[in-house]
Ligand binder design. Structure first.
Ligand code: ATP
Ligand code: MN
Length: 465
């Protein structure tokens, strides 16, 4: 007999038919005559109720049906007698594929803390919460590919191993095959990389942007979507050492086009979630964050507020003058901390904010310089609850300006000669941005810790599983 997925069972509702479902037991309850098993197969947040007549069921086999056990069940689908569910299966036979000892199975019925569930990340996808989060994660990935594909962007693959630390976006993880117990050093005590795998020092990438720019200068509009790595030792609820990033890069786009693209993009993703993940979002809304659905809808409806960094600083300074307390000092030239970003978004404008034209000192060398000599054409998108969700810019297309800025910021020309070549041969205005996939998921799921929107988080001192 062919198995039917539980999600299909709920949409097709073949009442009166004999069906076969397979899944994991969430709960079992009942009395001496009848047992009710809630079975889940991961295809939906919904469990199907299995009704077992204990007069006919094998008593020994029934004992093996405990929370976490895996079953195959055959029976007739009927309209449910009891409240709480529409349909149920009158079990005629079942097989226990795998037992789960109640003494040792870590996921018993009771609500567990998120911290505890992180310690059993190998099993947490079996909870309602993580089932919902990972289904949403998949759907968001599909939304992203669809958005760009529909607009004629090409999905471009950039390397994960890189030999240049020029992005400057964060501390890098080194990649080596050298024997760390027996490192060869030259007379100055410097490590000799000549015999290392790549013949030079190599690391995991912090961004695919520079390579994406090369592609944009040939294919027009491209995007990357892959893992990035940052060894920043920041133990925060919004930083991972390994996270996924989406980086579109578009030839001929100026900063205004870039903002428009970014705003359309995020709205498209949020709308996609509302359209395709309704059950899971409703669950997360009910269980974790009663404002979730309202917040998602509100982002789609409003126009993001656009203002310059300088204007943003004035607002923050005024807030401080009026008694607002921030942990970190705020002044023109300072990088905004999450608390500042959230003040602008949540308290002042009450909508997402796009902040532009940052001081050049706190931004990367490749951003297009404004005529004022002080600021660059950067744009960060700030979101409620998250703070920075997107960082982007128009890129400096002028060879001399770019080379000079790289030099000032200590980026060796020998590392980026290939990047500078795009400005020597057929240069063009172009722009792009990076969206942290997990930051988007934080927003869409309402989870409060970034460790809970990626299956196996990598953070300082943690690489289990
Ligand atoms: P932040 O100031 O929040 O550390 P950043 O300025 O270092 O971010 P960018 O280098 O601009 O970030 O990276 C682009 C995007 O990648 C960010 O807008 C954010 O969404 C995401 N991002 C950056 N660092 C991390 C991280 N450690 N973990 C998860 N996402 C990240
Ligand atoms: Mn960072």
């Amino acid at each position: 007999m062919k198995r039917i997925r539980i999600t299909d069972l709920f949409t097709q509702k073949p009442i009166g038919e004999k069906v076969n479902v397979k899944g994991w037991v969430r709960t079992k309850r009942g009395n001496k005559q009848v047992a009710f098993i809630a079975l889940n197969d991961g295809t939906t947040i919904k469990n199907i109720q299995i009704v077992v007549d204990l007069a006919t069921a094998d008593e020994e086999q029934m004992k093996l049906v405990t929370t976490g056990a895996c079953l195959s069940v055959v029976g007739e689908l009927v309209a449910s007698q009891g409240g709480g569910q529409e349909i149920e299966i009158q079990c005629s036979e079942f097989e226990v594929y795998g037992t789960a000892d109640p003494q040792t199975y870590p996921l018993q019925k009771k609500g567990h803390t998120m911290e505890y569930l992180r310690e059993i990340a190998h099993l947490r996808p079996r909870t309602n919460t993580f089932g919902a989060v990972f289904r949403i994660r998949h759907n968001m990935a599909m939304a992203i590919h669809n958005f760009f594909h529909e607009r004629g962007f090409f999905y471009f693959h950039t390397p994960l191993i890189t030999a240049s630390d020029c992005e400057g976006a964060g501390q890098m993880f080194q990649v080596t095959t050298m024997n760390l117990y027996d490192l060869k050093k030259d007379e100055n005590g410097s490590i000799m990389y000549d015999n290392d795998f790549f013949g030079r020092q190599a690391s995991l990438t912090v961004s695919g942007q520079l390579e994406a720019e090369l592609a944009a200068m040939a294919l027009g509009a491209v995007y990357t979507f892959g893992p990035t790595f940052r060894a920043e030792n920041s133990n925060t609820p919004r930083h991972l050492a390994e996270f996924w990033m989406i980086e579109p890069e578009v030839a001929f786009n100026e900063i205004e086009d870039n903002m428009e693209l970014a705003e359309d993009f995020i709205k498209y993703c949020v709308r996609w979630a509302l359209d395709n993940c309704a059950d899971d979002l409703q669950f997360l809304n009910d269980m974790f964050d009663k404002e979730l659905l309202t917040r998602l809808r509100s982002v789609i409806d409003v126009e993001f507020k656009r203002l310059t960094y300088t204007e943003g600083i004035s607002i923050l300074e005024e807030a401080v003058a009026n008694g607002k307390k921030f942990e970190f000092p705020i002044f023109w030239g300072a990088d905004l901390a999450a608390e500042h970003e959230r003040y602008l978004v949540e308290e002042y404008f009450k909508r997402p904010v796009i902040l532009t034209d940052y001081p050049k000192e706190i931004k990367s060398f490749y951003m297009k310089q404004n005529d004022d000599g002080k600021t660059v054409r950067a744009m960060d998108i700030l979101f409620p609850k998250i703070g920075e969700i997107i960082g982007g810019s128009q890129r400096e297309e002028n060879y001399e300006k770019l080379a000079q800025r790289a030099n000032e910021m200590g980026v060796p020309e020998k590392d980026i000669w290939w990047y500078l070549d795009t400005r020597r041969f057929g240069t063009a205005p172009h722009s792009g941005f990076g969206l942290g996939f997990e930051r988007l998921l934080l927003f869409v799921t309402g989870m409060s810790n970034i460790r809970d929107v990626i299956p196996f988080p990598r953070t300082p001192r943690n690489a289990e599983f």
